[in-house]
Design a protein around this ligand. Sequence first.
Ligand code: PBG
Length: 313
Amino acid sequence: MRRMVAETRLRPADLILPAFVREGITQPVPIQAMPGVVQHTRDTLRKAAVEAVEAGVSGIMLFGVPEDAKKDAAGTVGTDPDGILQVAIRDVKAEVGDELVIMSDVCLDEYTDHGHCGVLDADGRVDNDATLERYAEMAQVQADAGVHVVGPSGMMDGQVGVIRDALDTIGKEDVSILAYTAKYSSAFYGPFREAVGSSLKGDRKTYQQDPANVRESLRELALDLEEGADMVMVKPAGPYLDVLAKVAESVDVPVAAYQISGEYSMVEAAAEKGWIDRDKAILETLTGIRRAGAQMILTYWATEVARNLSADR
Ligand code: PBG
């Protein structure tokens, strides 16, 4: 009876798998702070994409991790057609074609030696408008590599509009934009910084949002939609369910939420200590995010949960 009358359902198609691919490795490298998650080789990424398809996951969000020596102040490899992310997009596309919605991160932090999401001005501050030019070019090389959806995650003002123009200019009108609309400056990104080998010192408070604010997110939302966002996202997910509910209430575009690294690690760590029931806790977090209004959820558990959901029918 509970199953019959449940108000919220979770299906494999609701899930999107974020995945890391690292240049120059021959074996996947485990991420210490995210047990069960690895930095993929090009080969194991292809396998992970196939597994995701088989489990019924609907999308994959790719993050590239370049060789350390290739990082520079401008994040040059982010716009190199042969940079690791572009190569990975082509690999996944060749492997699974259109069976999976292929998404990619448009952000410079994985490629800059200072670890910021943008380029810096003479005073060492992130230069919003100079960064937009880099994002425009990044989106274009990713689109050329065959990506279906770009996900600008850097929270620069005007990024969605600039990327939309840049894509249209090269005839990529059909590449969609998943806007990181409300991305908070969060302590829960900690494990991700290990995952991408981030060089960041300091914080992202000049461009990511204050956890205390919600009206500000609705303003960000209005701007993103005006600039041409096809889908919008709230991130992190769990600590921001109220933001998610408000965003979902006020738009008619698909709404996503990103259950981030720290949310993953907390459950894994508590489960490892035997303090919570891992599988039940995972499902509860995802159900809560769905209930709050996310149609799509980016989660590192995507493939595992999708498999279990299918088996559970
Ligand atoms: C920036 C980016 C971050 C995440 C996704 N894209 C990190 C940050 O803003 O510092 C975090 C994802 C996670 O923690 O799982 N490219």
